[in-house]
Design a protein around this ligand. Sequence first.
Ligand SMILES: Cc1cc2nc3c(=O)[nH]c(=O)nc-3n(C[C@H](O)[C@H](O)[C@H](O)COP(=O)(O)OP(=O)(O)OC[C@H]3O[C@@H](n4cnc5c(N)ncnc54)[C@H](O)[C@@H]3O)c2cc1C
Length: 487
Amino acid sequence: MDPNGLKTGGLLLPTIERRCTSPPSVIVIGGGISGVAAARALSNSSFKVTVLESRDRIGGRVHTDYSFGCPIDMGASWLHGVCSENSLAPLIGYLGLRLYRTSNDNSVLYDHDLESYALFDKDGNQVPKDTVDKVGETFERILEETVKVRDEQEHDMPLLQAISIVFEKHPHLKLEGLDDQVLQWCVCRLEAWFAADADEISLKNWDQERVLTGGHGLMVNGYYPVIEALARGLDIRLNQRVTKIARQYNGVKVTTEDGTNYFADACIITVPLGVLKANIIKFEPELPPWKSSAIADLGVGIENKIAMHFDRVFWPNVEVLGMVGPTPKACGYFLNLHKATGNPVLVYMAAGRFAQEVEKLSDKEAVDLVVSHLKKMLPDATEPTQYLVSRWGSDPNSLGSYSCDLVGKPADVCARFSAPVENLYFAGEAASAEHSGSVHGAYSSGLAAAEECRKRLLTQKGVRDLVQVAAWEEVAGIVAPLQICRT
Ligand SMILES: Cc1cc2nc3c(=O)[nH]c(=O)nc-3n(C[C@H](O)[C@H](O)[C@H](O)COP(=O)(O)OP(=O)(O)OC[C@H]3O[C@@H](n4cnc5c(N)ncnc54)[C@H](O)[C@@H]3O)c2cc1C
């Protein structure tokens, strides 16, 4: 690994003569993956870049906590699509970060394809594997039938409603007893992908995402090193919550909560969709209706994690421990980090309305709740020695976990959300048409916004080009394949 390369974000390409005295300037609002990616790209292009970040840390919804003595990702933890086509692969490969592949399957919607799981009922009886496999096949069939319902309907509807129609048409697909409880668990897992309940998920869109190949890989060392590498050497101002963005005849004026004004030629806005929806930032003049309606029409889902550190491992050596129940809400699941990382940590994942309810509890109450589930599944379960509880829905810096497709979503909403308004550019996971809700989608959207901004500013200023530093892809692509393990 080349430390100088890291410092500069890559290698210096042959210098092109500067043709202007002061380089174009850009303010990037938000220091998550999309913000640091955009800032890195523009800085590599010799632009003057300032990142304004409201928190006292960078990374945003990539948040690796080290208080357990090992990396714990309280936001994103998987690279979805462990393949060279993934925009983050060159950087992850270059940094030598290990991935633990939890599933080779590219499917994201149901987990009977998980190769390593144990499901239990509320009395602690383990569900036989053939029951899980059989119900998984039925669930697949039900989902296929919902596609037929979609083809017959003119209007969008919630996925849950479509499932009810499937049951009316094909009563034999409706399950009972333990089989039904496993089916509810499959729905619970599906809801986790969208961070929304099945009665909120769009029938038209639930399967329209283009999932990359290569399955899903957990970042064994945590996601933060990716952020750190991108951010190195950038001018990042922490604790700077932007409250106003004014477009002026000669650029933008950005004002933060403490009254500081920043001026630049252009601005890239990467704050989460939830923050834009809450109107925490005032725009002057107001955003045009086509943009504000795009912000309103996109949905934001909630997923929260409860990470628990134990003094000993009392659970089976599988990747996922699940509890089945009579409704998706009564089901739950724990990711076993011990299998992937060797650390005695379980992470409970809550999504949709249940994730919202978790935020109303104190940390201790939330932990007690999930430990009570755990004790029903595994009577030997002990109390955790340390715990962490995320609150992505109520955190004013995120106001949601990631975007999701609401019922009746207009077809052009993502294009409108990501389109610039004069010298204001928009990036972030919600701006990614193909990979919204993901780290790599957010990363690519940051790069795309930076490139559009770079080209327009160079044209506006009559500058042919500036000194250019090579991108990660050029430096790393050939030398560093992804390191994939499954212990
Ligand atoms: C629990 C959870 C699990 C997830 N799991 C995965 C996963 O396994 N794999 C995956 O690919 N993706 C996952 N995601 C999604 C992924 O984390 C996000 O899509 C991605 O990190 C978003 O990056 P971003 O740059 O768009 O936004 P953010 O990371 O949210 O960055 C926006 C930044 O703007 C800052 N900000 C907010 N308001 C202001 C303001 N007024 N002024 C200045 N700054 C402001 C924020 O503090 C933040 O740093 C998960 C997300 C969550 C919450």
